[in-house]
Design a protein around this ligand. Structure first.
Ligand SMILES: *Cc1c(COP(=O)(O)O)cnc(C)c1O
Length: 344
């Protein structure tokens, strides 16, 4: 892979903004370089633009060098930066595999980048030969969501490997739900595949959706472009501090994931007993895709009882389906009771 042929030329040639703290790297105790307020409010100093302390901690947990980590304001920032680094508006295109996460299309529309859609097969796996046919010089990013939202399944590792061999652009694997899957994911493939970007988030398994913290893992060269293009202080000090302290409580996160997984199993076993439920799809995530008769009516009656699920019944390959997030034991019981009580 030739990275220069993938990166937009204005980004390749970009001189990035250089902050006061970027320019001085030595030791000092009087900081009159950044026009900060000298009085200690707890937040009067600019935060570390590259978040090295937090990255080193994540590097230890994820077993990857800190130079191969980018941290952003949620996965949303990772997705947006991929477009800004690689996709020339009106000229390049990306490939997505519907049904999948909606942000790829929205970010493409914002960036004025065309989207080629190659639907998943009926078993919710990539149509590898169709991707091969569609891929060309202007195919800059292929988004693979694994486990996929809203279908819930992980993509076959073999297929990802096959795609990595021939896809000419960046293969961006969205692993927002990987911690619920019990599968290894794609981080171990980074070393042999310079066109791979894997991204994860603190929003799901870590229980920190409000913190807005996403991670991308890639070659040091690609991470360099993320750092070049991002806003200088994209992660605020409070987010960095909060994440650092929460990363000391790994067992708490593991406990939440374990509980969610046992509740997922319970829901998956109970839902098929409801007469109008046709199918509960296997899930590698913290939600279930459930096919049923009259999904719109079920959705409406659940709302009337104060229970909100995601209606995916008009999404391609998800006809008749609601997407149900696994909640607490109490919440799941309320959902089951409400679904059993429905009169259709
Ligand atoms: C929830 C979710 C995310 C998380 O996005 P953040 O911006 O990190 O909160 C990313 N990708 C997929 C597929 C998701 O469902």
């Amino acid at each position: 892979m030739n990275l220069q042929s993938l990166v937009r030329s204005n980004i390749w040639n970009l001189t990035p903004y250089s902050s006061a703290r970027d320019e001085f790297k030595g030791k000092a105790d009087v900081f009159l370089d950044a026009n900060e307020n000298p009085f200690n409010t707890g937040l009067n100093r600019y935060p570390d633009p590259l978040q090295w302390q937090l990255k080193r901690k994540i590097a230890g947990i994820k077993n990857i060098p800190a130079e191969q980590i980018f941290l952003g304001n949620g996965s949303d920032e990772v997705i947006d930066l991929l477009f800004r680094i690689f996709c020339e508006p009106q000229q390049d295109h990306i490939i997505i595999l519907p049904p999948t996460y909606g942000m790829y299309q929205v970010s493409a529309d914002i960036a004025a980048v065309q989207v080629k859609k190659i639907p998943l097969t009926s078993s919710f796996q990539p149509n590898v030969s169709a991707i091969r046919e569609a891929a060309g010089e202007h195919s800059k990013i292929l988004f693979l969501c694994s486990p996929n939202n809203p279908t819930g399944n992980a993509i076959d590792q073999e297929m990802i490997l096959e795609i990595l061999q021939f896809f000419p652009g960046i293969v961006a694997v969205d692993e927002a739900y990987i911690d619920f899957s019990g599968k290894p994911g794609c981080m171990s493939l980074l070393s042999g595949h310079p066109n791979l970007v894997v991204f994860q988030t603190f929003s799901k398994a870590w229980g920190l959706a409000a913190l807005r913290l996403g991670m991308a893992f890639a070659s040091p060269e690609i991470i360099g472009f993320f750092n070049k293009v991002k806003a200088p202080y994209n992660l605020n000090q409070l987010t960095q501090e909060m994440a650092l302290s929460l990363l000391d409580q790994l067992d708490q996160t593991q406990q939440m994931v374990t509980t969610i997984l046992s509740q997922r199993a319970l829901l998956a076993a109970a839902l098929p007993n409801i007469p109008y439920v046709q199918k509960v799809y296997p899930s590698d995530a913290n939600f279930l895709l459930v096919k049923m008769d009259q999904p719109n009516e079920v959705y409406k009656q659940l709302v009337e009882q104060g229970i909100i699920v995601r209606n995916r019944s008009n999404v391609v390959l998800c006809e008749g389906c609601l997407r149900i997030t696994v909640g607490t034991e109490q919440e799941n019981r309320r959902l089951l009771e409400a679904m059993e009580r429905q009169n259709l």
